[in-house]
Design a protein around this ligand. Structure first.
Ligand SMILES: C[S@@+](CC[C@H](N)C(=O)[O-])C[C@H]1O[C@@H](n2cnc3c(N)ncnc32)[C@H](O)[C@@H]1O
Length: 284
């Protein structure tokens, strides 16, 4: 196996141990007032999700499903959750987005408010809904943004087939640039996670991509909206034109954040230079 891994903490030591410690960071639960339900706003048009789906049909992407099946590695590994996703990543078997979902799992509490800054096909939004509504006793809030109406429709369709009515009601889909997220999230509402999955919509128009200028503005907004104990999570792509420049902007942003208030790290495959790259910025 030729997989190499780089875990570089820009604010601290560079070891796998630190990466694991990062994912174990505790964050206190918030008491967020549940805002009124709303669903999809596109060019002023509002539609409400009503379709009910059996709970058994829901696919939960934040739960670990990694099967260790490499020679010499026990099939019934006692590793679970954190460990098996991280080991899966090291072994080249777990996707960057799954690692991001795992990080959210350790940060998000039931009832939290979170933002999906690029909702696309809706997979990240779905994972976030599951986290903020995990025990059904508290209802959180998920703001999901995209510049493309088509992406919002794809997200809505996924939520329709994956969630029940109550779960869907906590999602607000907004057709807007993520640089305007401070106009979407009500003033004073503490945000636990802002998730960015940059680039273009898989299966969509590859010309419609996130760009360095608006991504930087969105990161600035996210920084201000985020509560202490919150996380900015970025999955970046460097393989398409402009992707590397945009990702450099993300790295510069994270590198500038003061170490007494922020813990920022980057996670990437060394020998797959075009593989997705992860950046986490944790507000202490
Ligand atoms: C990689 S996809 C997101 C994938 C998505 N999170 C998922 O789980 O399927 C990137 C998305 O960013 C959107 N996008 C591009 N520029 C944007 C911007 N300035 N603000 C918000 N979304 C943007 C694209 O339309 C595209 O749907």
């Amino acid at each position: 196996m030729a997989t190499k891994i780089s875990i570089s903490f820009r604010t601290g030591k560079s070891t796998l141990f630190n990466a694991v410690a990062f994912f174990k960071l505790w964050s206190p639960s918030s008491n967020v007032t549940f805002p009124p339900p709303a669903t999809m706003i596109t060019n002023g048009h509002r539609s409400v999700c009503t379709k009910q789906i059996q709970q058994s049909q829901i696919s939960v992407s934040n739960q670990s499903a990694f099967n260790i099946s490499v020679p010499g590695f026990p099939v019934d590994s006692p590793l679970s959750g954190l460990e098996d996703v991280m080991i899966g990543y090291i072994l080249g078997k777990t996707k960057a987005t799954e690692v991001a979902h795992l990080a959210w799992k350790y940060i998000v509490q039931e009832g939290d408010t979170v933002v999906d800054a690029t909702c696309g096909n809706g997979h990240d939004t779905l994972a976030l809904v599951k986290l903020v509504t995990a025990d059904k006793t508290q209802r959180g809030r998920v703001y999901s943004l995209d510049v493309q109406k088509f992406a919002l429709e794809k997200t809505l369709a996924l939520l329709d087939e994956s969630l029940d009515k109550d779960e869907k009601e906590i999602v607000k889909l907004v057709e807007t640039c993520h640089s305007k997220m401070h106009e979407v999230v009500p003033k004073g509402e503490p945000v636990r996670v802002v998730a960015f999955n940059l680039g273009y919509l898989p299966g969509g128009d590859k010309a419609l991509i996130t760009g360095p200028k608006t991504t930087l503005m969105a990161l600035e907004s996210a920084k201000d909206l985020l509560t202490h104990g919150g996380l900015i999570s970025v999955v970046g792509y460097v393989g398409h034109p402009g992707g590397r420049e945009e990702f450099e902007t993300v790295l510069e942003f994270g590198s500038r954040l003061p170490v007494d208030e922020w813990s920022c790290c980057e996670l990437r495959m060394l020998n797959r230079p075009l593989a997705p790259v992860l950046v986490f910025m944790f507000k202490r």
